[in-house]
Design a protein. Structure first.
Length: 94
């Protein structure tokens, strides 16, 4: 009977407090250079200006290029560019 209790106690999961939430991760990226990959194969590199609850993103000084060839730039945006959150598959700090 004591082994049954110890198995139940062992099955209880302890939450990992070292993990951060997605919202706090995105807040930390604000004002930093980021890489965004879109579902259509287009990538953006720029400074994260703002982000909303739908992952719509506003970048400043952004470069747009195809995922396969980072040297072949499609466009350079000095001001702001808006990336719709629906198509984003990857986002990271660079």
């Amino acid at each position: 009977m004591s082994t049954e209790v110890s198995k139940k106690e062992a099955a209880v999961e302890v939450p990992n407090t070292s993990l951060i939430s997605i919202a706090s991760f995105l807040k930390q990226l604000k004002g930093k250079k980021v890489l965004i990959k879109n579902i259509s194969g287009i990538c953006y590199k720029g400074t994260l200006e703002s982000i909303d609850a739908f992952m719509n993103i506003c970048l400043k000084d952004a470069v747009e290029y195809y995922m396969e060839d980072a040297d072949d730039i499609i466009a350079y945006y000095e001001n702001e560019v808006f990336v719709r959150g629906f198509g984003i598959i990857h986002m990271s700090e660079i």
